[in-house]
Design a protein around this ligand. Structure first.
Ligand code: TPP
Ligand SMILES: O=c1ccn([C@@H]2O[C@H](COP(=O)(O)O)[C@@H](O)[C@H]2O)c(=O)[nH]1
Length: 309
């Protein structure tokens, strides 16, 4: 975001308009063209070499000390175990509450004991167009000296704009996040649920974050992320493997012409996934430690982690 085009009033920043967001997107894309070249050189990847990703959910659940991550709270009820949320929040390198998410965060805090409340860090950024947060709650967090960033643009969701602010923070402070953990809700408004998946796509398509920053969405006892074309090895936590935990592979955004998997009860062998054809919902694990997915196009992977709730 071009700070020159923003009003900065102590800890309140007001982002101006769509042009500002678009010029910011352009700047991110130009910056990332250079970054991609660097990261391709580092990994030795080029277009005709298959990209390979390893995903380890355990490393997110049992936060690794050397990992830097941001936590974002969207406008949703926080339903996970209190102690898990406290840990995710306090150990994050950056804490962002997004519009109505700030009210949900406030409610979460109000359910904690006095000592627990005192132990919780303040949000670093409170963002949004502020149509879902009360004046009182916004004022309360201003008084706590949180940085308030108004993002009024109505062509992007508050989640997308919060991701742009996360990127701005990383650039301004010269830090790189290993991942962003987004607390969302996959029930209720279908448009918002799909809008959140659109944001995951925008992050990749518009390079809104550093290419090595992964983005996970957590909702109730599930965790979801996009699998981009290539080979994926997903380490399955023991609690998901041994129960009847569900998992799914959904071609949201485009058909996936070829998918091959192992480690699932219903595996795919060079098959096409598309709406109207086959999509893989209510799948489950076969007990293996890893699920392997080879996909030609982007898929949404979701899985149940029963211990989250
Ligand atoms: C084609 C098109 N459809 C719809 C919109 C409207 N729109 C898209 S994103 C957005 C902002 C939504 O804000 P967010 O805080 O994410 O959700 P809210 O709960 O305020 O609806 C709006 C109004 C638009 N700009 N363009
Ligand atoms: O029903 C909902 C409402 C919102 N979200 C997500 O939260 C942010 C902020 O929402 P506000 O309503 O403006 O507070 C929104 O951009 C969505 O990403 C949601 O997932 N479900």
């Amino acid at each position: 975001m071009d700070l020159k085009k923003s009003f900065i009033n102590k800890n309140f920043i007001f982002r101006l308009d769509s042009n500002n967001i678009l010029s910011n997107l352009n700047r991110i894309m130009t910056r990332n063209l250079a970054l991609t070249k660097v990261s391709e050189n580092h990994t030795g990847l080029s277009n005709n070499i298959i990209k390979c990703w390893k995903w380890n959910v355990n490393k997110i659940l049992n936060i690794q000390e050397n990992k830097k991550y941001a936590i974002l709270i969207l406008n949703c009820r926080i339903t996970q175990k209190k102690d898990i949320i406290k840990r995710f929040w306090n150990e994050a390198s950056l804490r962002i509450t997004v519009d109505g998410g700030t009210s949900h965060w406030d409610k979460f805090l109000n359910h904690l004991s006095h000592d627990e409340q005192k132990s919780m860090k303040c949000p670093d950024l409170v963002t949004g167009d502020f149509d879902s947060i009360s004046k009182e709650i916004l004022q309360k967090y201003k008084e706590k000296h949180c940085k308030i960033i108004s993002t009024p643009d109505q062509d992007f969701t508050d989640f997308t704009k919060a991701i742009i602010e996360l990127n701005n923070y990383c650039e301004e402070n010269k830090v790189q996040m290993d991942y962003a953990l987004v607390m969302a809700q996959n029930s209720g408004r279908l448009d918002q649920i799909l809008g959140n998946i659109q944001t995951l796509h925008q992050i990749k398509e518009n390079r809104l974050l550093h290419p090595q920053t992964r983005v996970y969405m957590m909702s109730d006892d599930s965790i979801s992320w996009l699998l981009h074309p290539g080979d994926h090895i997903i380490e399955i936590p023991i609690e998901s493997r041994n129960g009847n935990a569900w998992c799914s592979l959904i071609p949201v955004g485009e058909p996936c012409i070829s998918v091959t998997t192992s480690g699932l009860k219903w595996n795919l062998d060079n098959q096409k996934l598309n709406f109207g054809g086959l999509i893989s919902t209510s799948n489950t694990f076969d007990g293996s430690e890893q699920v392997k997915v080879k996909c030609s196009h982007t898929l949404l992977w979701s899985m149940e982690v029963p211990t989250l709730m």
